[in-house]
Design a binder for this molecule. Structure first.
Ligand SMILES: NC(=O)c1ccc[n+]([C@@H]2O[C@H](COP(=O)([O-])OP(=O)(O)OC[C@H]3O[C@@H](n4cnc5c(N)ncnc54)[C@H](O)[C@@H]3O)[C@@H](O)[C@H]2O)c1
Length: 349
């Protein structure tokens, strides 16, 4: 078996770009660097304002150089891609300076907490003539990518209903962190994946959204951690999201359904993203339950998936499917959800 066959996503024609990572925290150690190691990518240096985090991460993953100031990455000609994985604060400054230095960008979701900041970053990248992609990695999780392939194949006919449910217990188990104080954290940080998936799966953006939220008695996060969201699309398609991050049992799961004029799909993912399964039935195959085989896992395969897509967009001189420009529509939807929570009303987008 060749190395390419072991990878879930096909290696880009040119893939030896020098990568400079900004942020040496949980997601970089847990997903970015394991993914880049698996794909044999060229991580030239890493930067974190916490020097110890940068040094430890560089040591752990065999990255030769580490810095505490991101500008050190921009000065290096052997770095062409800046991979940003820090919280919202400080992102816009890094992006503006990086694109002005001619670097391409991969930036973690959520792209920006404020819609105007996202627009500013997209415009800066455009002006500099570089590619900016948002690390909306759920699109590259094997099971979510499979749903997209099945919908696009037409086997389910015309799609009229999408549902997604997330049931996790982070809030029940976690104390004070930077994100325990962020208003609407559940929506901004978690639901952003599912909100974006509704756009990705359907290829459409909703025109109306309504969200209703609640808090569990005694919960320690400032954000509501339980949310119900309904989306309406101009085509007649409807989407429904349930997100529960306060449940007390240890049986985390995700599940989703797709209803189409020719078939129905059901998907389930178990504890810690284990045992993903998808099955569907169609009028074209009466009596048959189709269970597509799936390889790979969200962590880490989706994380070289997004980086490969950025590299492909650079190689092919086109916008990435996960471009900042595309993500602006996801952010507008995200802000619509937040507006609906705050005004307790239906929001027209
Ligand atoms: N599935 C996913 O895609 C996924 C999962 C987890 C986190 N994330 C996202 O990744 C981002 C980082 O999350 P995390 O969990 O790794 O956070 P974290 O707190 O574990 O790590 C963030 C790191 O960034 C560093 N940092 C902050 N500002 C900096 C700056 N200006 N320059 C350099 N370094 C800086 C911090 O010192 C810290 O080490 C967030 O946007 C989060 O939403 C995505």
């Amino acid at each position: 078996m060749t190395e390419n066959e072991q990878l879930l996503y096909k290696r880009p024609v040119k893939w030896d770009y020098g990568i400079g990572i900004v942020g040496a925290g949980g997601i970089v150690n847990g997903a970015h660097l394991p993914a880049y190691r698996k794909a044999g990518l060229n991580v030239a240096a890493i930067c974190d304002i916490n020097d110890e985090a940068a040094e430890q991460t560089a040591g752990r993953w065999g990255v030769t150089d580490h810095y505490s100031d991101f500008r050190a990455l921009l000065e290096r000609d052997d770095i062409q891609i800046i991979d940003i994985a820090i919280p919202n604060e400080g992102r816009i400054d890094i992006v503006k300076q990086a694109v002005a230095a001619g670097k391409h960008i991969l930036i973690q979701k959520p792209f920006a907490h404020r819609y105007e900041q996202a627009v500013e970053m997209v415009q800066a990248a455009k002006k500099a003539g570089v590619r900016l992609a948002v690390n909306q990695n759920a699109r590259f999780a094997p099971f979510y990518a499979m749903v997209k392939r099945i919908i696009d194949s037409g086997e389910l006919g015309e799609i009229y209903l999408l549902t997604h449910e997330m049931r996790i217990n982070q809030d029940a188990n976690m104390g004070e962190t930077w994100f325990s104080k962020i208003p609407h954290f559940l929506i901004i940080d978690y639901e952003i994946h599912h909100i974006d998936l509704m756009r990705y799966w359907s290829g459409q953006t909703p025109v109306k959204v309504y969200a209703s939220v609640t808090k569990m008695a005694g919960q320690n996060f400032e954000s509501e951690m339980t949310a119900l969201t309904t989306m309406e699309f101009a085509s007649g398609l409807r989407a429904s999201l349930i997100a529960v991050d306060t449940q007390q049992a240890d049986d985390n799961f995700f599940r989703f359904t797709v209803e189409g004029s020719k078939g129905s799909l059901y998907g389930h993912i178990g504890n810690n993203y284990s045992s993903p399964s998808i099955e569907y039935t169609t009028k074209d195959h009466p009596g048959e339950r189709i269970r597509p085989a799936m390889e790979g896992s969200w962590f880490p395969d989706a994380f070289y998936g997004t980086m490969f897509e950025l590299m492909n967009s650079i190689n092919e001189q086109r916008e990435a499917s996960i471009s900042g420009e595309d993500n602006i529509h996801t952010l507008r939807l995200l802000h619509g959800v937040i507006e609906s929570i705050e005004t307790q009303s239906l929001v027209y987008l």
